[in-house]
Design a protein around this ligand. Structure first.
Ligand code: ZN
Length: 386
């Protein structure tokens, strides 16, 4: 076992939380690491009426291994009984007294140093300045281009005006210090993105502007390709959601392999791209693409938070093909407790795997420690200049 507990952590993919979360019900605290709760909380259209979802969600929460891990680890950290009511009460006491101070206790324990913040889809957007009031870490903005599309489709009726304002939004995000553009096109029209002419995008804009998102594929493909051109020219990274996710994902076109033709194309092969969520559950496919394409990197989130029980196998699956210099630790959490839980458990699992590989003669224990440090911190520091 390689001890990685002292390694500072850069989390490559988190979402902002609000000050109001300093008080949470036991259910809401458990939900922060519960995959299926996203059915209710983060889809754009309700999946089923809330009363029909209550029983299956409770069953999931009570039996999810990630939720169980949060209960056990938080109870130990807070020195209280292993019951959700006791844990939530102790947590709320600490958080309500001083939310930033409570987060600091957690972040110091896991050595969380910097967060790349994907602003998510909530309106109004939580700014880094607002998050900085309660998050004791270095913060960097990842700007969601899908939000620009969503907002501008509501506001603009003419193509020239729409496209001009889209470009202005990209420029404004860069001026605001964003280090990457994020795309969740896997939730909109799928990862089989194709370069489209502006004429075709305009025609699609005119007929599909007020219609269902599924009819906007040419438009959305064109806009993502344009954002990737800007990113390449201006030195930004592109973060692409490439994995399963909330239930409104285009599941059949969410496998990272769908992106291969685009990322391999002459136009985009020089783009620096990170596959956010490491293809989970298609992790081997994502890792092998990262090995094949020189400017492609892998983020391990989503599988990390929702697949806590299987971290070791996932780490090995990634290391079997991708060099460890192209792998980035991330949790995909949006609450300090969830960030802490995943960082602590990931460090332990990674230390176990690297220790076993060192014992098998793949590297010395010193090099194994360096590999762990690269995944948790050094790769991100190098890539983003942190
Ligand atoms: Zn996310």
């Amino acid at each position: 076992m390689i001890d990685l507990s002292d390694v500072p952590v850069v989390d490559n993919h988190v979402h902002p939380w609000r000050e109001s979360s300093k008080h949470l019900s036991a259910e809401a605290l458990a939900e922060s690491v519960s995959f299926v709760d996203a059915v209710v909380t983060s889809v754009r259209e309700p999946f089923l009426p809330a009363e029909q979802l209550e029983a299956p969600l409770r069953l999931y929460r009570e039996t999810s291994l990630s939720v169980r891990a949060l209960l056990v680890d938080l109870a130990r950290f807070l020195g209280c009984e292993e019951r959700w009511e006791a844990v939530a009460a102790a947590r709320n006491r600490a958080a309500e007294a001083d939310y930033r101070g409570w987060a600091q206790r957690l972040f110091e324990d896991a050595r969380i140093d910097a967060l790349l913040v994907d602003e998510g889809g909530s309106r109004p957007r939580v700014t880094l300045e607002q998050l900085g009031q309660i998050a004791p870490a270095r913060l960097r903005r990842v700007a969601r281009t899908d939000n620009f599309v969503r907002d501008l489709l509501e506001q603009e009726e003419s193509w020239p005006r729409f496209f001009q304002r889209y470009q202005e939004e990209l420029d404004a995000a860069i001026a605001d210090g964003a280090i990457a553009f994020k795309s969740v096109i896997a939730y909109r029209t799928g990862l089989n993105v194709e370069p489209i002419s502006e004429d075709e995008a305009r025609r699609n804009f005119e007929v599909s502007r007020g219609g269902p998102i599924s009819a906007q594929k040419p438009l959305r493909d064109f806009l993502l390709c344009h954002a990737m051109d800007v990113a390449r020219e201006r030195g930004l990274w592109v973060h692409i959601h490439a994995a399963t996710g909330d239930p409104d994902i285009v599941f059949q076109r969410a496998n990272p392999g769908q992106l291969y033709p685009l990322l391999h194309s002459e136009r985009f092969r020089a783009n620096r791209v990170v596959l956010i969520h490491g293809g989970w559950p298609w992790v081997s496919e994502a890792a092998v693409m990262v090995a094949m394409l020189p400017n492609l990197y892998l983020d391990v989130s989503e599988g990390a938070i929702f697949g806590l029980a299987n971290l070791r196998q996932r780490i090995l699956e990634v290391l079997e093909s991708a060099p460890y210099t192209k792998i980035l630790y991330a949790a995909d959490a949006s609450l300090p407790e969830a960030l802490w839980l995943v960082a602590k458990r990931y460090k332990r699992a990674l230390g176990q795997v690297l220790g076993e590989l060192a014992a098998d003669g793949f590297f010395s224990p010193r090099e194994a420690y360096a590999a762990g440090r690269a995944i948790l911190h050094d790769n991100a520091a190098r890539m983003y200049g942190l």
